[in-house]
Structures are given as C-alpha cells and as structure tokens.
Design a protein around this ligand. Sequence first.
Ligand code: MG
Length: 318
Amino acid sequence: MQMGTVFQASTAVWPSQITLVDVTPRDGLQDADTFVTTEQKLAFINALIESGVRHIEVTSFMHPKWIPQLADADTLASRLPRVPGVTYSALIPNMRGYERAHTAGIAEVVLVVSASESHNKANLNRSIDASLHQLTEVATRAKADGIQVRGAIATAFGCPFEGAVAPEAVIRIAQAYATMGVDQVSLADTIGVGNPRQIYTLFTQIRTELPANMPLAAHLHDRSGYALANVFAALQAGVTSFDAAVGGLGGCPYAPGAPGNLSLEALTAYVEAMGFNTEISLPKLASARQQLLNDLAHGEPVTSGHSMRQTETASHHS
Ligand code: MG
C-alpha cells in the first residue's frame, strides 16, 4: 500500500519531456591529462551536433591558470558554429568570467557554488556567502543582458572533504538562486556518492521549497554504477534536465577521486527505453567519442593546474 502511495505521488511530477545536456567539452575535459586543441574541440562539438545533441556546455570561464585544459575558453566560445536550435552554455565562477562569456557570445551561463564550505574554498577560493553575493550581481547583470541563467550547486549529495552534506545547506543555496531569478536550479553529485533514495528525497524537498515550476536539473557522476538509478529517482522527483558526457569522461580537479560523468550514451539509451525521444543518434555519438578519445590519446601532456592551484591557495591562506 505504501509503495502505491509513493508511485502515485511520483507520477504527478514525472516529466513528459526532458533535456539532455552534453558537458563533455567542459566537465569531460577539465581534468584530462592531455590538451585537446581548440580546433579539435570545435570538431567534436560539430560531431555532437551532427549526432543530434542540442545543448552543450562548452567550457568554463575560470582563470586560465587554474584549468589549463580550458584556457582557450574565449577563443572556443567565439568560434562556435551558430546552429538553429543549438544552445551553448558555459560555467561562470564570477563577474569577470561572466563578462568574458558574454563578450564571446555565450547565451546561457551556469553559475556554480558548492554546498560544502571546504569544496567551495578549494574550487572558488571563497566562502559560500561570498560566492552567493558575487553570483547575485552576475545573475542581475545576466538577466539585464537577456542571458539564460542556470544555478548549479556542487557537492549537493556529498563532499570529498566533509563527507555528508546537510540538505538544509543545499536548500538555502537553491532558495538564494531562486531569489536571484535563475531559470533553473541544478544539483550536482560532484563525486558520485548520491544514491537513488537520497536523490529522490532531496530533489522532492527542493521542489517543494522553491517557487512552483522552477525547472530542476541533475548533474550526476557515476561511482559504483548508481548513476542510472539516480536518473530514475530524479525523474520521479520531477527533474527535467540531465547533464552527461560522452564515454563517461571527466572528474573534478578540485574533488579528489571524483569519478567520471554519467555517460551520455548510457543516459540516451536509458531514457529512450523509457519512452523519451532524445533525437540523438547513438552510432553518430560513438564516432564523436572515438574522435575525441583519439585526440586525447595523442594530445600534449598537461602540467597540472590543480597542484599549482593548491600551492597558491595554501600560500594565500596559511
Ligand atoms: Mg561535474
């Protein structure tokens, strides 16, 4: 009887349509051991579009020193092919990043703050409140410029430094994003520690705490094979947008041991099986992946931006 109740509650929010966002050029490459050149990234993005992908997170406008793999953000963004129906987004840590993205013609920005203080410090070198203060200014500017804004919350289901993250910490940031007027709130399982029950519970809680109809997104990493079960749990909680990367590439330079992203191929097949129409061609996606893996295998080695970052962070704060 109890299961029947749960199912009834969830069918009320099960989405009729979902959006799949490929984050390979950003989250798939930001921790890579080798450089993928701007030309290679553009070729890959074209291959994604050819495969039917319509939403692509192309880069991150962090300081180039912190993430050398994405140091070409400005050039890449300004050279993206303009294709009707294709939306490019980019990760924005602060106002400077926003200005660079806007100048380069990016139409959708992803703001990010972590739900745990120590990850926010490692990732952005400031407190959560300082981040929210800055991001409020960025969101205000973006709205005035007619730019779409996604508000992402990293480490929403667990932190590499602090372990468990209180749901209240996530809800507080989600509410701050709603107050800023973001177009969507995204919860990220940055290190892939979330389980389906936790995903369902937190998204359901967030949905009830936020203004009605605030679109919700999930950014999942895949540890222990939980990611697809987490997708189902998120769907039951009314989540309508999912990030993924081809071949499950990626990690997080500031989250030690972070596993790869949810695989776009696995996600596509999974949601197609459940009746969603993605319009993504898996054979074409496979050749896009092969091309990128080949570029990665033959690229110049990257000198780690993240060890450099940790040294500087330590020297600023010790
Ligand atoms: Mg990630």
